[in-house]
Write a protein that binds this ligand. Structure first.
Ligand code: GTP
Length: 598
């Protein structure tokens, strides 16, 4: 039977352990495309992903593999991202699979996200197949790493393929491993249809597309479908597979992974996590969605020019459709006018959305200082949450405040235990314990205020440990804390978009750093610009940007017109990304830049 020859799997790994490289190798070695045709990395196809070298959005592809048993197998590979901010995408793709390949770098060994991803796969009851990668590296220690995977994770590694994805070594072992050890999908073609939407997006040619895993029943062109969450009905216009790229086929059967396009006009109607059923023969119960995600970090996003407001809203709506973790609602700022309060999983997620708005939607936007969600108890008995520092009540009205705390695990070589402790102490972290993974590697557990994590903790950790430490965190709960609102005044005017909530003990230092940074990033004007940080009415730090004296053009003595032109053009370029705040021009990215400390 055909279904017994289908394998649905994902590849999971700590970032940079070689997941995308292996995916490309699998595609290539099953003959789907030749080396010459293969781009750098086939699956990571978003521009941004390529530049940053990380996977953000998941991609799916179907491989045909003729195994050693002589039979042809259909392998559906669903790509997953590796960064700590994108766990929710991982659980999304895992929900569509029966198995997961766990790639572990033979030089690095088990890292924080290796474990985190294993837990996600176990939650979905997947078969996990360890694969040791990068055995070509001189620093590779495959046998030790195998032992580490067995000891730390508890997976049997005796038959784990030892490969080099980069050199294409032993790739066939991985394919055979998948065929032998990933269970074939269950389900019955004649049952009522249930298909899990694990991704959806707008395609310029085909309109709204839902990527689905058919669990029960079948789906084909002409099927009248119903979305179980909303009850809306649509007629299927096309079904197909990813090969890679969309290839229409007649029918998707139970166990298959593919795409569905229907007369869906609004991407919102193909919600990720929803179950598609047949309108005339409905399933009794929807499929379990997967781990719900809630944003942890908020910031304001404003159009650089007010008339772009509607375009920003449209773009956010489009991005939200296949990014369940992105939240937004309208808000206004005195300094920036009409905009949106947006919620993200973390700082990287925020930066990615910001860049996508700029690149894919060609929008000029301003992003304000990120904030976590605080809880406020007022003296009058009210208790509420705030995600925008401007909504913090006057200190006299506050009984107490609470801030979110995360449980963090940091894996590091023992050499860097000192620097990691130093970093954590500077971030108000509370040490819990330390475990040895091997003689030279430990995992350290800390409780850290989320507010300290979002301000560049990850980058600071990497730089203090030469990139060797890895990090994972999970929300633990809320804790009382002495918090104050820190305001920034530019040219004596309070710029609400710069306000942050900080711990009392940190406010002075933050205020000083922000004013110093702003002094560097705000260009000189024809007049002197004072920059002040204050708590209430008390100024705690101050810098002044001196007035501009000379005409910039006087630098190019007389003659050289082309140089003058270039200079003017450069200025214009720079101008594009400025934002007028009162009488002062502030660079668009200043709002985020001031919060990068180390
Ligand atoms: P994300 O997509 O960001 O999660 O990372 P990834 O796990 O997909 O890692 P990727 O495949 O992009 O590989 C990371 C780096 O390791 C790249 O520079 C690869 O060229 C390199 N790499 C991957 N496999 C091997 C290997 O077998 N040997 C060596 N020496 N390098 C490898």
């Amino acid at each position: 039977e055909r279904r017994s020859r289908v394998r649905n799997f994902s590849i999971i790994a700590h970032i940079d352990h070689g997941k995308s490289t292996l995916a490309d190798r699998l595609i290539q070695s099953t003959g789907l495309i030749t080396e010459r045709e293969m781009q750098e990395q086939v699956l990571d196809n978003m521009d941004l992903e390529r530049e940053r070298g990380i996977t953000i959005k998941l991609q799916t592809t179907r491989l045909i593999y003729k195994a050693k048993d002589g039979k042809e197998y259909i392998l559906n590979l669903i790509d997953t991202p590796g960064h700590v901010d994108f766990n929710y995408e991982v659980s999304r793709s895992l929900a569509a699979c029966e198995g997961a390949i766990l790639v572990v770098d033979a030089a690095q060994g088990v890292e924080a996200q290796t474990l985190a991803n294993v837990y996600l796969a176990l939650e979905q009851n997947l078969e996990i197949l360890p694969v040791i990668n990068k055995i070509d590296l001189p620093s590779a220690r495959p046998e030790e790493v195998k032992k580490e995977v067995e000891d730390v994770i508890g997976l049997d590694c005796s038959d784990a393929p030892m490969i080099s994805a980069k050199e294409g070594l032993n790739i066939e072992d991985v394919l055979e491993d998948i065929v032998k050890n990933v269970p074939a999908p269950k389900g019955d073609n004649s049952d009522p249809l249930r298909a899990l939407v694990f991704d959806s997006y707008y395609d310029t040619y085909k309109g709204v597309i839902a990527d689905v895993r058919v669990m029960d029943g079948h789906i084909r062109k002409g099927t009248e479908i119903e979305m179980m969450a909303t009850g809306k009905k649509f007629e299927v216009t096309e079904v197909g597979i990813f090969s890679p790229g969309m290839v229409p086929i007649d029918q998707l059967n139970a166990g298959d992974v593919g795409y569905v396009s229907a007369s869906i006009k609004n991407v919102k109607d193909a919600r990720v996590g929803d179950t598609i059923t047949e309108a005339k023969n409905k399933a009794d119960e929807a499929l379990p969605g997967y781990k719900k995600v809630t944003p942890m970090v908020y910031c304001g996003i404003y159009p650089a020019e007010g008339e772009d407001y509607n375009n920003v809203r449209d773009a956010l709506e489009k991005l939200q459709v296949n990014d369940a973790a992105l939240a937004f609602e309208a808000e206004t700022s005195v300094a920036l006018g009409f905009g949106f309060r947006c919620g993200f999983l973390g700082l990287l997620h925020l930066e990615i959305i910001q860049e996508r708005l700029e690149r894919e939607f060609d929008l000029n936007i301003v992003t304000t200082a990120p904030s976590v969600i605080y809880k406020v108890a007022k003296t009058n008995g009210e208790f509420f949450e705030i995600q925008n520092p401007t909504n913090m009540p006057d200190p006299q009205e506050i009984e107490y405040m609470e801030e979110p705390i995360v449980e963090a695990s940091i894996m590091t070589p023992t050499d860097y235990v000192g620097p990691v402790m130093e970093l954590c102490q500077g971030r108000r972290a509370e040490f819990k314990n330390m475990e040895y993974l091997e003689e030279t590697r430990v995992v350290m557990h800390y409780d850290i205020p989320l507010n300290e994590v979002i301000y560049d903790f990850f980058d600071a950790l990497k730089s203090k440990t030469k990139g060797y430490a890895s990090f994972d965190y999970e929300l633990k709960g809320y804790k009382r804390s002495e918090l104050v609102k820190l305001d920034i005044l530019i040219n004596k005017e309070l710029v609400d978009a710069f306000s942050i909530i900080a711990h009392e003990d940190k406010a002075y230092e933050r205020g000083r750093m922000i004013t110093e940074k702003l002094k560097d990033v705000i260009p000189r004007h024809m007049f002197a610009v004072p920059i002040q940080a204050s708590i209430g009415n008390k100024v705690i730090a101050r810098e002044t940007i001196r007035a501009l004296r000379k005409d910039v053009l006087s630098k190019c003595y007389g003659g050289d017109i082309s140089r003058k032109k270039k200079l003017l053009e450069k200025q214009k370029e720079g101008k594009k990304r400025m934002r007028q705040v009162g009488s002062v021009e502030v660079p668009q990215d200043a709002f985020l830049a001031v919060l990068k400390f180390e």
